[in-house]
Write a new protein. Structure first.
Length: 428
């Protein structure tokens, strides 16, 4: 909301579209082109003073707009890894008082579809400087026809169900180049006025419902957040409690992607220089070290996530166990119980990755005797960050993750595969 009033910045446009003659019927791809320049400031200001209700899409609150747009776009092509909000839709789609940081979301922009062409699931009410949103309708299918209808428990919306044929006729008339445009504009103006009269009648009744809703609303104030919401990655979710935002992050996919990228980068450097050349060893070891550390961190995060989910009452007491001990516990107490076998793929090499990680994390600056392999000495660095570990890491890590999920009775995580907008190879 603006600093000098309690009127949301989008309210001016919503009021104009709902109540004022802001349509150029000779333009636009549908009924008309919405053009606020057709109105004077005085017209708009008077309408804002007089009218209290609009139905302008849905209001979303407590969400960073860029995060919302990103999640919405990705959801069209990829699975949603984590929802924006944890099991509480009212935290982001208010049904009551609207939080300070919010924005309207229309299914189609106003240059594509006029918001008053159809009804909507929600209304917004600006009542003595306080913005409310109420869910008042639902869209239902209708037998034996290819379009549905809006129904409400609070107001009769049957009049809106009678407009489809007239709308289709107007669309055909506008596209007919043989018909004078004046005929279309006259009929379209009458049609819009009819829609406005239907909506005004419904809004008048819903204002009474609004007063009832206000009296019974006991929860929406706990969702009001005074500060700007954070941007969230695709692997974060949030909840609102008593006016504050709490976030949870899921690190396993972050660590997994980092492990694979650093693994690919180390191999790319090696290939580019036709082998492990001394002048690029530091860079190669840097990528290998990060790959191994991230791989083990990924498995640790998965063990804690699944352990906390399956054994939540006791898992806090097991936090200090080693990764191998946690994985063994998950296997033994799964249903059915299975053996955690570190002598076979994939956990044989997982144990080697853990050993390598531990040596790096608890590094000791001692001299170590070189190991001789096929008559060639291998340094301590090469043994700790071995080429074999890196070559096998992607397959070992993926198979280990799949097995831990499988023995826990869970489907494999979708983030193991590339998704549109979340690719690994192209960035490696």
């Amino acid at each position: 909301m603006s600093d000098d009033s309690n009127i949301p910045s989008w309210w001016k446009e919503a009021i104009a579209i709902e109540y004022l003659p802001c349509r150029d019927f000779k333009k636009g791809t549908r009924l008309a082109e919405i053009n606020l320049d057709l109105l004077s400031e005085e017209q708009i200001n008077e309408a804002i003073k007089f009218y209290k209700v609009v139905s302008y899409g849905r209001i979303f609150q407590n969400i960073d707009p860029a995060t919302f747009c990103n999640r919405t776009l990705i959801s069209l092509f990829s699975p949603i890894f984590k929802p924006i909000v944890d099991n509480d839709v009212s935290a982001i789609i208010p049904n009551g008082i609207v939080s300070k940081h919010h924005f309207p979301f229309l299914n189609n922009p106003i240059n594509v579809c006029d918001p008053i062409e159809t009804f909507n699931s929600h209304i917004q009410v600006l009542d003595e400087g306080v913005l409310y949103q109420w869910e008042i309708a639902r869209f239902e299918g209708v037998a034996n026809r290819n379009y549905g209808r809006w129904v409400s428990d609070f107001v009769d919306l049957s009049e809106f169900d009678s407009t489809n044929d007239e709308f289709q006729y107007l669309m055909r008339l506008k596209s007919n180049s043989d018909s004078p445009i004046e005929i279309y504009t006259h009929k379209a103006e009458l049609y819009i006025e009819k829609l406005k009269s239907f909506r005004l009648k419904a809004f008048t009744e819903l204002l009474n419902a609004h007063e009832t809703f206000k009296k019974s609303d006991t929860t929406s104030r706990s969702k009001l957040v005074a500060y700007k919401p954070p941007a969230l990655s695709n692997f974060e979710t949030m909840r609102i409690e008593k006016g504050d935002i709490y976030t949870a992050c899921f690190m396993a996919p972050i660590f997994f992607r980092a492990a694979i990228k650093h693994c690919c980068k180390s191999q790319e450097i090696t290939k580019k220089h036709q082998g492990v050349q001394p002048h690029v060893l530091d860079e190669i070891y840097e990528e290998r070290a990060q790959s191994i550390i991230m791989a083990v961190a990924c498995l640790e995060a998965i063990a804690n996530e699944i352990g906390g989910m399956k054994f939540n009452q006791i898992w806090a007491t097991l936090e200090k166990l080693t990764l191998n001990e946690k994985l063994k516990f998950i296997h033994i107490f799964s249903n059915p119980s299975t053996i955690y076998d570190t002598s076979k793929h994939p956990f044989q090499f997982v144990s080697k990755m853990v050993t390598s990680r531990n040596e790096m994390i608890h590094f000791k600056n001692d001299f170590n005797k070189c190991k001789v392999l096929n008559g060639i000495a291998a340094s301590k660095m090469e043994m700790t960050l071995s080429c074999e570990l890196i070559e096998k890491l992607p397959k070992v890590l993926e198979d280990a993750i799949k097995e831990v999920y499988s023995v826990s009775g869970l489907p494999g995580p979708k983030w193991l595969q590339d998704q549109p907008g979340l690719k690994i190879e192209q960035d490696a």
